[in-house]
Design a binder for this molecule. Sequence first.
Ligand code: COA
Length: 371
Amino acid sequence: MAATKGLEGIVATQSSISSIIDDQLTYVGYDIDDLAENSSFEEVIYLLWNQKLPNEEELKNFKEDLVSNMEIPNEIIEHLKSYDLSTVHPMAALRTVVSMLGLYDSEADEMNEDANKRKAVRLQAKIPTVVTAFARIRKGQDPVGPKKGLGFAANFLYMLNGKDPEDIEVEAFNKALVLHADHELNASTFTARVCVATLSDIYSGVTAAIGALKGPLHGGANERVMKMLTEIGEVDNAIPHIKERLENKEKIMGMGHRVYKQGDPRAKHLREMSKELTKLTGQSKYYDMSIKIEEFIKEEKGLPANVDFYSASVYHSLGVDHDLFTPIFAVSRISGWLAHILEQYDNNRLIRPRAEYVGPKGQTYQPIEKR
Ligand SMILES: CC(C)(COP(=O)(O)OP(=O)(O)OC[C@H]1O[C@@H](n2cnc3c(N)ncnc32)[C@H](O)[C@@H]1OP(=O)(O)O)[C@@H](O)C(=O)NCCC(=O)NCCS
């Protein structure tokens, strides 16, 4: 048995949720370009969970269902207030709080389909509230609860900033959520599926997925892209800075992809948004240096920009703290995790691969005094 490093190219399951074929991403057969231009994030969640777009009434009910489930238990808010959050990464807080939410859900271990769907709505609805409550509490501000009548994207920005967002901010944020919602069998989604394939509960699956998303080779890349852009500081420094990183054998965050070799179809939308928003906020230099880096890495290494590269300057332009970029990825990707968890339950088999053993063989136990 020979191992395939990183399971590259291994087809591990069948799925009807999203596909990457010829470098194009689709959700349930709808091209991501079409959805990014036309759909709301709520429509996309509904699509991923139900394999069809909602009609008007279904969408209205679904939106209401989400907003009415956004509140989080006061005990959790008090719990967050009891920590010194100045040194806590928001992804660690999110991972912990999502797990805690299971303790407040009387249906947490109820495994029938209806209960799992109800829990999916609760989790999807509460995750923006957790992220924004954390962000405010650590600044000494009181958390702001959801506002009825606002959609999902608008509610996130409202709960984060405590004021109604501008239309252009909502539009940009909605598009970013749509683009990050699902991505076939990426590392965090696979983690979620492995976890629930043991017939563990939804809260465990999502908690495990958050842990996987946190890593810099996955969702953690967008925060590091912004750190790099901030360090670069000025457009003229971009190429020398990147050359130095490459000489030091460092990976350039936001570049390269396991599956896309020509280009990540999500990146062009974020590139456009970055251009527009950085211009609007007088920070075009971040867009300009990103373009230079993208061209240079493409030429030098043949690597395309991925979804994380331009999302960094987009979220920065929206005034979001840099360490909240990955939690925002989670606010969107949880829709895909939940779709995959429901699909896994629906046709479950334990996921249990094998390992190629390369350690020593034939050893015999030695008493401790002889070692
Ligand atoms: C996404 C990623 C993990 C996928 O890579 P992968 O399929 O596992 O490819 P590997 O890490 O094995 O890299 C293959 C080669 O390309 C190089 N490479 C890949 N991504 C690179 C990057 N971002 N910067 C510089 N070199 C890179 C590797 O150094 C390696 O070169 P080598 O063969 O000379 O050692 C990788 O491109 C990466 O680490 N990117 C940066 C992190 C990131 O943006 N993650 C978000 C993904 S959406």
